[in-house]
Design a protein around this ligand. Sequence first.
Ligand SMILES: *Cc1c(COP(=O)(O)O)cnc(C)c1O
Length: 416
Amino acid sequence: MNHRLPNHPDLPRPVDPRKAPSRPDDPSSKVLHVGGPNVGDRAVFDRYVDQIFDRRWFTNGGEVVQKFEQKLQQYLGVKHCITVCNATIGLQLACHALNLTGEVIVPAFTFVATPHAVQWEGLKPVFADVDPVTHTVDAEHVESLINENTSAILGVHLWGTPCNTQRLAEVAQRHQVSLFYDAAHAFGCSNGGKMIGNFGNCEVFSFHATKFFNTFEGGAIATNDDALAHKIRLMQNFGFAAMDQVVHLGTNAKMPEVCAAMGLSVFANIDDILQCNRRNYQTYARLLNGVPGLNLMSYNSQQQTNYQYIVTEVDEADFGLSRDALMYHLHGAGIRARRYFFPGCHRMQPYLSRRNESPGAPESLPQTERLCDRVLCLPTGNCVDESDIHRVCKTIQSVRDRRGLSNLHAPRRVAG
Ligand SMILES: *Cc1c(COP(=O)(O)O)cnc(C)c1O
């Protein structure tokens, strides 16, 4: 998520140097982004890059990628971890390797890459609603959508919060469909003491620059299924089993060496990044506690999360202002808070037209639609420090205090 589309008004943009603050040391002029990259240990990165140049081995599963994959397997406690160029292609490989057909049930409250990967494979994503507390897919609704065309359930561990993996496994088992996960947000998270990466048939991580763990661009597919891992590895490299030996349909989904070097440099710092995220979350929790109508997501103690997203819900009635009005005010103060996955995948193309074409099949997803109108994510990551968070929370408080005093819905039109 947070892919930068140059002309999209909601997305963070690089600061125009001509409009850069005149006092660059002034912390109140620093633009704060959601999804600013977590930076690993640069000395470690440089060392690997030197090796890559010395060896002149840039891609095709070289030493750095191999080392990174071993490290991933170890960290996740999973048998196989196959690196890929990004998670979207990783999800496509997973669909293909699982021999899916017909319909795949996905949550509507997710980044659009989830249904796009399914659709791109010629399958039909069928949207399920989410749980209002965890924001992950509602297992009861999933089960009600299963029919003879359903071949899989694709859960999303949104914000690093694990899905109800037990219930979903029961549903998948009962109906004999595959179960796999979009774990784009969930690197380093666990559920009941088991690391994400070990659930379902396979799980797909994203290492995009905005994610908790980044390799610039990249991803990995984790699985404990030997046969599935073998197939995915073939598919990831054009179906090559050995030199001149193509034994399977394949594509190019390889991770280059330099991205694996980035991954190893993040591993060197991963505890610090996690600690920083946790500290940021706790600071937000302390400062936002008691702001009426603004609820910070809380986490279940059975689950370990990476705190990569500071997820709040704005209740317009209690807060006194809409989520969007608050967001635009924060933007005006250089705080690029983001609403997420607005307006919901089921209301994006090509899925919106599909819905309009079959009016007999209503896709009313009340919880998804409610969250799309309420969720606001605030800046965090290892580029954001405590004073930045104070600034964000103070701004929120002052916007709330001034609500109703001026025309807050149009902050640029000054009254009088
Ligand atoms: C970022 C993201 C993806 C796509 O990951 P890429 O590595 O950018 O392809 C998929 N699903 C979710 C939920 C995401 O947030």
